[in-house]
Design a protein around this ligand. Structure first.
Ligand SMILES: [Zn+2]
Length: 322
């Protein structure tokens, strides 16, 4: 993924004030925070949660929480409740009942069936070892984020082998979109990712498919999430287009780095949020979003930051962005 010059379509408001824009968008704005219950929230995930909540509130919209537990092999029992408690301690509560991906697999299968029927999805018989061997023979052994770029072995059929998974057929072209904070972005999914998985060999629907189906089903207009997830955007836009679904606007928030400079994540053992002083945790998250510290109560802090958020540059000018 790379920047692609000046933002396209990120026009300045035409004559109206930011307040006018917020009012006009507010009627339909739906945002979401979508944690995976694989561990408690850490300092980095609170930044994304706070940003998505502030963005929804600043535009008079709804804020939804969705548990991204589609990959059941990674989820921990009861962690959903831990996360919801962490959010509530910080004054962040979903405006609608929390949705769980594990209860929605039928919707993902319906979407996959549509992609199969339209020729976008095809079965793949390759194991990881098969893929490694093909890549080794062609001299392309460099993994991307630990993932191998699928060489397209099964694009033209299984050659008598048994299907294991389903993949998305992607075309070799640069997809362009505008991120509200990062500006113009582009990615050639075929070159950088390859035909990606829609349903895994273990029967789990892939994260990308589940997210796209859920965002559309919940009417999400604005995805505000951590920059570590920005790399998924192109794949999700491709899926939205293939399924005839609208694309939400995207805003990826700054990452919070650990003391060693690596990004905080549950995978690398980032510590759970210390919520013994919730306002201190919120102030740290606010600082990552260029919001001033607040001394007082949590609810007053949130109200203050909503007003400040509405004035930030990436909020004011980007709602015509496509
Ligand atoms: Zn294959």
């Amino acid at each position: 993924m790379s920047a692609a010059g000046p933002p396209q379509g990120a026009k300045a408001p035409s004559g109206g004030s930011a307040a006018h824009k917020v009012a006009s968008v507010g009627a339909t704005y739906i945002g979401r925070f979508a944690p995976s219950p694989t561990g408690p929230l850490h300092a980095g995930s609170l930044v994304a949660a706070l940003a998505s909540w502030l963005d929804a509130r600043a535009q008079g919209g709804k804020w939804l929480v969705r548990m991204e537990d589609v990959d059941t092999t990674r989820c921990l029992a009861g962690m959903d409740l831990v996360i919801l408690q962490q959010l509530a301690t910080c004054g962040l509560r979903s405006d609608q009942p929390v949705v769980y991906q594990t209860q929605r697999t039928h919707l993902y299968q319906v979407a996959l069936d549509r992609l199969i029927a339209s020729g976008h999805a095809y079965p793949c018989a390759c194991s990881r070892k098969d893929i490694e061997q093909v890549l080794l023979r062609s001299g392309q052994t460099k993994p991307r984020h630990g993932e191998l770029i699928y060489p397209g072995t099964c694009r033209t059929g299984l050659q008598g082998r048994s299907p294991r998974a389903w993949r998305m057929r992607v075309s070799d072209e640069a997809l362009q979109w505008t991120d509200r904070r990062l500006g113009a972005q582009q990615q050639n999914v075929a070159a950088e990712v390859g035909d990606f998985i829609l349903k895994r060999a273990d029967g789990c629907h892939a994260y990308q498919l589940a997210v796209v189906v859920d965002d559309a089903a919940q009417g999400v207009t604005d995805v505000v999430r951590g920059e570590d997830l920005a790399d998924n955007t192109a794949r999700q836009i491709l899926l939205q287009r293939a399924l005839g679904l609208p694309s939400p606007r995207y805003l990826h928030t700054p990452l919070v780095l650990g003391a060693d400079g690596s990004k905080l994540s549950k995978q690398n053992g980032a510590q759970a949020l210390d919520l013994s002083d919730p306002l201190a945790a919120l102030n740290l998250a606010a600082a990552a979003l260029a919001l001033p510290p607040y001394a007082g109560g949590i609810s007053d802090a949130l109200v203050t930051w909503v007003a400040r958020w509405a004035l930030l540059r990436h909020i004011k000018g980007n709602h015509q962005a496509t």
